[in-house]
Design a protein around this ligand. Structure first.
Ligand code: AHR
Length: 499
């Protein structure tokens, strides 16, 4: 039997966890909004056209923030198109996704949906084709009480109270040549700084995220962050990171090792932030916002075909990755990596929420169901609140095609405010279980506990509308007091201990 040992001590903490690491993302892309969260006429739609079956699944995820309205979409978006009487709003070509945006769902609708979903809005402004003045006008429209042209327009459009949006992204992936209005680091850093000043002068309670690299594989990664932050460091609060992984060559051990790259990405960005801090003699420590992460590759070929057949359509089934069990394991590993970097990662958004590379799927006029990747996020978000503890883990290591010394097991541990301890663990070994020996030192003996396991014998197993319970977590028996937990081969585990 393979063995691993985990030492945890209450006093060895990484950081208090910012709940916003369990965020998500809704973009005007594919069927995320239209026939995803919003489908007037659907049997489960409420008076505003929001699908209540989807709302229920979202509320169970307990996502504290949802980033909106893009993504690549935002870099060509005029926010004014999305407010006022719906029948008067213009249809626009969306150059980012080669579709037609009807604008029948906009800022007011999203703010109302977010309230029903019990989440906060993280809003991205367009710094691609637009600039600081448009971003300032939007903050005034959304957050100013009244008595100015933009805030009075909001009131006239039916929202007496400000939306009070606290978290804003200064554009999206401005390092990417695919972005409308793509910029060099210096161009973007200057614009981000001016937008940041004007947005904060309008509302000094808001926080701002500057665009970092859209992947650790970008040729400009590193120099981009350094140049951008040198321009705007004092006026922003976070820098973003985006990261998606795939398994196109069907090499599961290598795929499951991808979080070695994620960990390195996070640590490198943190050190660049600190080097700019040093250069500027600043006393401020910047946080990180991993505001897009997930698995994304299953739908690539299908999307190319869709574009060929239906350019400029609306609510096309784009980026509809059907996630399998190994994807859920990687998402679990990504959440563990985020928790282990909780001192720097203050915000993280699974991209996206519904239909588009999403944990939740819907059928137009039909059902809504949870994909495999829903479960690690749901369990981490529900139980992983409190303080992230330093996991001292000893276990076997393996090499894969792209990574060396990949630990067979990865863990994160959370000390909750109610005094209970929650351990998240993934056994990467596809064939053998690992016995995890818990050394809990100052915690003493625990009284009760539970162990939940997400496992399927077939790593390619998926959930469907007809079979939504194929890959779901199950409680397994747990021997109180022996301090040993069996992690089945290829499994995501949640262990909760009460003292
Ligand atoms: O989430 C899908 C897309 O991925 C987003 O629009 C973009 O920001 C990223 O490239």
């Amino acid at each position: 039997m393979k063995k691993a040992k985990l030492i945890l001590d209450k006093d060895y903490a990484i950081a208090k966890i910012d709940p916003r690491i369990y965020g998500s993302f809704v973009e005007h892309l594919g069927r995320c909004v239209y026939t995803g969260i919003y489908e007037p006429g659907h049997p489960a739609a409420d008076r505003e056209g929001f699908r209540t079956d989807v709302l229920e699944l979202v509320r169970e995820l307990k996502v504290p923030i949802v980033r909106y309205p893009g993504g690549n979409f935002v870099s060509g978006f005029r926010w004014e198109d999305s407010v006022g009487p719906a029948e008067k709003r213009p249809k626009r070509l969306d150059l980012a996704w080669k579709t037609t945006e009807p604008n029948t769902f906009g800022l007011h609708e999203f703010a109302s949906w977010a309230k029903k979903a019990k989440t906060d809005v993280m809003y991205a402004v367009n710094l691609g084709t637009r600039g600081p003045a448009d971003a300032q006008a939007l903050v005034e429209y959304a957050n100013h009480r009244g008595g100015s042209a933009w805030s009075d327009l909001r009131i006239q459009n039916g929202a007496k109270d400000p939306f009070d949006i606290k978290l804003w992204c200064l554009g999206n992936e401005m390092d990417g040549p695919w972005q409308t209005g793509h910029k060099t680091a210096l161009e973007y850093g200057r614009i981000a700084n001016e937008a940041a000043k004007m947005m904060k002068w309008t509302d000094d309670t808001i926080e701002l995220v500057a665009c970092g690299s859209s992947s650790s594989e970008m040729p400009t990664f590193g120099s981009w962050e350094y140049t951008v932050l040198s321009e705007c460091y004092e006026n922003v609060d976070y820098v973003s990171l985006h990261r998606y992984y795939g398994n196109p060559h069907n090499d599961t051990p290598d795929f499951l090792a991808s979080t070695m790259d994620l960990d390195n990405f996070i640590r490198t960005v943190a050190s660049i932030c600190d080097s700019v801090k040093g250069k500027l003699h600043s006393s401020k420590k910047l946080g990180l916002s991993l505001d897009e992460y997930n698995v994304w590759y299953h739908s690539n070929a299908q999307d190319q075909e869709l574009y060929r057949r239906k350019p400029w359509g609306t609510a096309l089934p784009l980026l509809e990755d059907v996630y399998n069990f190994e994807d859920a394991l990687l998402v679990g590993l990504m959440l563990i990596t985020i928790l282990k970097n909780a001192d720097r990662v203050r915000i993280a958004c699974m991209a996206q929420l519904v239909n588009v590379i999403a944990p939740i799927m819907t059928r137009p006029g039909g059902g809504a169901w949870a994909q495999t990747i829903y479960w690690p996020l749901q369990q981490a978000s529900t139980l992983g609140r409190g303080t992230s503890l330093l996991p001292q883990l000893t276990c076997g290591k393996q090499d894969t095609a792209h990574y060396t010394d990949v630990p067979e097991v990865d863990t994160a541990a959370v000390l909750r405010e109610d005094g209970s301890l929650v351990i998240f663990a993934v056994n990467r070994d596809l064939k053998e279980p690992v016995e995890l020996d818990l050394d809990l030192r100052a915690f003493g003996n625990f009284r009760t506990g539970f162990h939940s396991v997400l496992h399927h014998d077939d790593v390619k197993a998926v959930n469907t509308e007809a079979e939504p319970g194929n890959v779901v977590p199950r409680d397994v028996s747990f021997e109180v007091g022996d301090g040993k937990v069996l992690l089945p081969a290829a499994s995501w585990n949640v262990i909760r201990l009460q003292f």
